[in-house]
Design a protein around this ligand. Structure first.
Ligand code: 3PG
Length: 305
């Protein structure tokens, strides 16, 4: 009998877990949930007899891979897989997949939740501003970026996009003005929403030079990864520009040092972008089906290593 471990420090909604369990039960797989675990070692130990693992932002490192002697596949129920040691997984012959697009609407909606909260001065009673007729730059036009564009049009925003991997035409079909460089995006847009992955090229790439190009009353919205921000530069920008604000779906490492700017800085205490029942169900079910598809039909669609 195949054993599947669902290791989610930040648990799925109960409705999603129930559906995942019944999908595996139907095909005769055993599944165990490890949720809100206190230490990484709990995950390492729970992985020891797993044939397959479903994770979210949980860390799959060499320790987990060494412990899981029977492991054949890891599915990241979500988009970003920077939490998985892909090289170590490949060396051990473990397939890694993600579930692209399944939680992207939830992340996009949160970007607007954070934007509105901030432009209304964190609901402190003072007069804020509106999003209508303001320029929004979408930095990377993947699944989340597309949803951000759709919602932004509902708000009446003027939407720009930059993505070296997406053609002008495709963006224009979605009603987005495509720009040729990242500098142009930041120069034109008062609001910039980040949707780049965290990798060797992008880490710390959102730096002082780029952010200082933004127009007056600039706001950076980060529902991507904290690692893409150059935090030393972010601190410098906060102290040099009193019109700049930053909202982030997870605390930056320098959160404490930004506490003096709390009227222009906000972060969610836990990463909340994908934390809706709908996104949990979509990503969790997709992950379960991908595992079954791999074992029963050797289907490796969505393999990332
Ligand atoms: C993702 O990469 O899919 C999102 O950042 C969501 O991450 P989470 O599943 O840990 O909430």
């Amino acid at each position: 009998m195949k054993k599947v471990l669902i290791a989610t420090d930040k648990p799925f909604a109960k409705s999603a877990s129930d559906q995942i369990r019944s999908i595996f039960t139907e095909v005769g797989y055993n599944c165990n949930f490890l949720e809100k675990y206190a230490n990484h070692i709990d995950f390492v130990e729970a992985a020891s007899d797993a044939d397959a693992i479903i994770i979210r932002s949980d860390i799959v490192d060499k320790q987990v891979l060494e412990s899981a002697k029977k492991l054949r596949i890891v599915v990241r129920a979500g988009a970003g897989y920077d939490n998985v040691d892909l090289k170590a997984a490949s060396e051990k012959g473990v397939i890694v997949m993600n579930t692209p697009g399944q939680n992207s609407n939830a992340v996009a909606e949160l970007a607007f939740g954070m934007m509105v909260y901030q432009i209304r001065n964190q609901f402190n009673g003072s007069s804020g501003i509106e999003l209508k007729d303001k320029c929004l730059g979408i930095h990377a036009f993947g699944n989340v970026g597309k949803n951000v564009a759709r919602i932004a049009k509902g708000f009446g925003m003027i939407v720009y996009g930059y993505d070296p991997f997406v053609g002008k035409e495709q963006m224009e079909q979605e009603g987005v003005i495509s720009v040729d460089s990242v500098e142009e995006l930041y120069t034109k847009c008062q609001f910039v929403s980040l949707h780049i992955p965290a990798n060797e090229k992008t880490k710390k790439s959102i730096n002082f030079d780029l952010l200082s190009k933004m127009p007056l009353q600039a706001m950076l919205i980060n529902t991507a990864r904290k690692e893409v921000i150059h935090e030393e530069d972010l601190k410098r920008l906060f102290s040099e520009r009193n019109d700049f604000s930053y909202v982030s779906d997870i605390a930056p490492d320098c959160a404490g040092e930004l506490s003096d700017f709390s009227n222009r800085f906000f972060f969610t205490p836990k990463k909340m972008g994908a934390q809706t029942s709908e996104a949990n169900i979509n990503a969790g079910i997709a992950a379960a089906r991908q595992i079954i598809g791999f074992f029963e039909k050797n289907d490796i669609t969505f393999k990332v290593n």
